[in-house]
Design a protein around this ligand. Structure first.
Ligand SMILES: [Zn+2]
Ligand SMILES: [Zn+2]
Length: 308
């Protein structure tokens, strides 16, 4: 198997099958901010009723939400995060941290993340569960797990991609900018290729088996988003490669957290497809998101966003 076939078979892809959709990510973001009711999602976002129903049902079906009756006449339900849904929280926290660092803050974006157990404004940090050091793109490698090569439903979804670029950029709320990148299957896989050192158009195309126009479109978007930069590597004929920017490398922990969630919730008894090895300690690592102050593992119930 090629490296990228590994990625396609990895837990990232499984996770993407569930949350790899811009609206789904936005619905989850609101759930982490306390939204549980249909009309609140609808009034908060300019989202079509049919799309909202579809995404909520899907999140119930996969087990991230449970539907709970809160009023009898007429019957009304709310959507509560299950343990599986709550376990997505570290991904949301890492995305918040990434956006906080790399974008100007919109008005309705929370300014601080408070860890209630230690009482401090903190940053979420992705750490190795063995040695407690940071997990970064520079210090990890991979090896096959027992579940490598198993079916993971990678069939492309035939869904139109929605992008935020048509919207007023100042209106963009928390997590929407990242959702536009990681919530799009092809952008996400293209970025995964970059993390594996695959930079050139033909190489990416060969690995991903992706149509030329789709790849061109996603590369333009990733360059516009400043996670990749387009660099000339040969003058005659002019050839370009796509290198990760610092902002792009900083998104790596989000990808790892997605993979970890997939390992935890979407693998059967046969085991994980892909094992992360942390080079700092040389051990198989199961990364966890921790508090930058007290270094405890961040749980959704122990953290709150603070608005000014
Ligand atoms: Zn380690
Ligand atoms: Zn803390």
């Amino acid at each position: 198997m090629s490296v990228l076939e590994h990625v396609r078979a990895s837990s990232i892809t499984r996770t993407l099958n569930i949350i790899g959709d811009r609206w789904t990510i936005i619905i989850l973001r609101d759930a982490f901010l306390g939204v549980t009711r249909f009309r609140d999602w609808q009034s908060k976002n300019n989202i079509a009723r049919s799309i909202l129903i579809n995404r909520l049902n899907k999140l119930v079906e996969v087990g991230c939400f449970k539907k709970v009756l809160y009023q009898d006449r007429p019957k009304r339900y709310e959507y509560q995060l299950t343990d599986m849904g709550k376990a997505l929280y570290p991904i949301a926290a890492l995305i918040w941290a990434w956006e906080d660092k790399w974008f100007a803050r919109a008005e309705d974006v929370p300014v601080r993340l408070i860890h209630k157990s230690c009482g401090h404004a903190i940053h979420p940090e992705l750490k190795c569960d063995v040695c407690n050091e940071f997990i970064t793109i520079h210090n990890v490698t991979y090896k096959d797990g027992p579940g490598v090569g198993l079916d993971c439903q990678v069939a492309p979804r035939h869904q139109r991609r929605s992008r935020i670029s048509s919207k007023n950029k100042d209106d963009v709320m928390m997590i929407e900018r990242a959702a536009d990148i990681i919530g799009d299957r092809w952008s996400n896989l293209t970025l995964s290729a970059a993390y594996l050192g695959i930079r050139r158009f033909d190489d990416i195309q060969n690995e991903l088996k992706i149509a030329t126009n789709i790849l061109s479109n996603r590369l333009v978007h990733l360059v516009e988003s400043e996670v990749l930069s387009k660099c000339l590597y040969s003058e005659k004929p002019a050839r370009y490669e796509y290198r990760l920017t610092e902002k792009g490398r900083a998104l790596f922990p989000v990808m790892v957290a997605m993979m970890t969630w997939g390992d935890d919730w979407l693998c059967d008894d046969r085991g994980v497809p892909f094992i992360l090895v942390h080079r700092e300690c040389g051990k198989e690592s199961h990364p966890v998101v921790k508090c930058s102050h007290c270094h405890e593992v961040l749980l959704s119930s122990e953290v709150e966003f603070l608005f000014d």
